[in-house]
Design a protein around this ligand. Structure first.
Ligand code: 5AD
Ligand code: SF4
Length: 462
């Protein structure tokens, strides 16, 4: 049952915020970068209502899980986590547990109803309602808000970002592509874009607040369209690049069908637009691409890659690949391997096909046995590792401008940073006699690469 929540005026909001002062919120995020930014939006909303953030679930009065539904194993992980959170609830009877994001719509009945695992369920377009739903939960009422919107972009909400030098900025929400395997158009709804000016203002503010890199986010950024002005994604990228010329600007994710010449030319024009493109191909077989409703052929895809390389010879490329989609044969699989050899991606995210309810592919069946899927997956992972390793070896001896991120996780004596092609570089953090360094987190330094692995470059400062 949907509980109707009244829209509060400002003084009522203020009163709620005062009541909440000191309450602690813990948010756990699963899935893609859109979810990371969505969690920051929810934290922004809750912070305005007087909540403090905590990194420890044990300290929290409210625990929210921001969920991902893209593959079955993501959902399984969240179910396990929810079962575990029951013990927190046993220890603290007043604890409120909520589920946000892509799993909300599909699983609301299950989770709120008989299993009684959570107190609130909130879909991706209803985050403004989280404070009121938490309030209801504290009063003992379960709550649900999962309507999708055609207009919500959270344009006016300032995401609560933890420190760092790199920020995510959502420029659009939803997806209209309806790839037959993908649940996103159902969980996140229709495509809608933020206004160009509002995105550029946010990027400018981030620079003023010390951020050095932004990633413009959307399920399919190439479809970005500012309805008022008619500006497209290339216009937005150029406007951001011009507004903050020293900020590194990235974006994800592109759809090969919409990868326009104008966008490629814009990327090539501005030095501060990073030369890295994530261009999911999904399969190297035209027959499978058609079944996936991807709207492009291998020929079109390779022509786009050629154009990118013509304009930006050093541009790094990564991709997503699904193995074992319905009816995929050994021949289809061999075509995917062939395409990988032809493109030579710097990196790839590779997945077994996971059937999702509601999607078109769900009805096509899941006829590739798991052992064959896994064998194909292992084969493409091995091929990609080999290619990444070879590409990274060819970087030895070259000097890169590296944006310093701070101590490396493995060894704090060494620091890490990233090239504009999005490669992680590890280098010794040399200190002078006064134990000082002449660079800090957020600076760009030149590093010469001395050795490499398939995932990382290692070098020294020059
Ligand atoms: N099964 C496996 N992988 C999927 N992806 C999306 N839906 C599925 C699915 N049902 C992958 C695609 C997409 C990436 C974000 O996740 O490769 O590009
Ligand atoms: Fe899913 Fe396809 Fe949209 Fe990407 S473009 S979110 S894979 S439907």
């Amino acid at each position: 049952m949907n509980i109707e929540i009244p829209i509060l005026n400002e003084s009522q909001e203020q009163a709620i915020a005062e009541q909440q002062l000191g309450r602690k919120l813990y948010v756990e995020t699963y899935g893609c970068q859109m979810n990371v930014n969505d969690s920051e939006i929810v934290q922004g909303v809750m912070h305005k209502h007087g909540y403090e953030m905590t990194e420890k679930p044990d300290d929290a009065d409210v625990i929210l899980l921001n969920t991902c539904a893209i593959r079955d194993n993501a959902e399984r992980k969240i179910h396990e986590r929810l079962t575990h959170l029951k013990y927190y609830k046993k220890r603290n009877k007043d604890l409120v547990v909520g589920l946000l994001g892509c799993m909300a719509e599909r699983l609301r009945g299950d989770l709120l109803g008989e299993k009684n695992l959570v107190d609130l369920v909130v879909g991706p377009d209803e985050y403004r309602r989280v404070p009121e739903l938490v309030e209801n939960a504290l009063a003992g009422d379960q709550g649900i808000a999962v309507k999708l919107s055609r207009v919500e972009t959270y344009d006016d909400i300032i995401p609560l970002r933890t420190e760092g030098i790199a920020a995510w900025v959502s420029i659009m929400r939803g997806c209209d592509k309806f790839c037959t395997f993908c649940v996103v158009p159902f969980t996140r709804g229709r495509e809608r874009s933020r206004a160009l000016d509002s995105v550029v203002d946010e990027v400018r503010q981030l620079w003023d607040n010390g951020f050095k890199e932004v990633t413009l986010l959307g399920q399919n950024v190439n479809s970005y369209n500012d309805e008022e002005s008619g500006y497209d994604f290339a216009d937005l990228l150029a406007a951001c690049a011009k507004a903050v010329p020293a900020m590194r600007i990235r974006y994800t994710t592109s759809h090969p069908y919409d990868m326009s010449d104008k966008l490629i030319e814009t990327m090539a024009t501005y030095d501060n637009i990073c030369k890295y493109i994530h261009l999911p191909v999904q399969s190297g077989s035209d027959r499978i691409l058609k079944l996936m409703n991807r709207h492009y052929s291998v020929e079109h895809y390779l022509e786009r890659i050629a154009k990118i390389r013509e304009y930006m010879p050093n541009c790094a490329l990564s991709t997503d690949i699904i193995v074992g989609f319905c009816t995929e044969t050994d021949e289809d699989h061999a075509l995917t391997m062939e395409l990988m050899k032809q493109v030579r991606y710097d990196g790839a995210y590779m997945f077994n096909y996971s059937p999702r309810e509601n999607t078109k592919a769900w009805k096509m069946g899941d006829d590739v046995p798991l052992d064959i899927k896994t064998a194909r997956l292992n084969e493409i992972i091995a091929l990609q590792n080999k290619i990444s390793d070879e590409i990274n070896k060819s970087e030895i001896g070259k000097t890169f401008s590296v944006l310093v991120e701070g101590p490396s996780k493995r060894n704090p004596q060494e620091w890490q940073g990233r090239t504009d092609t999005n490669k992680v570089v590890i280098f010794p953090h040399d200190l002078d006699e006064q134990q000082q360094s002449d660079y800090v987190i957020g600076d760009c330094i030149n590093v010469i690469v001395q050795r490499s692995s398939s995932a990382t470059l290692f070098g020294v400062r020059v």
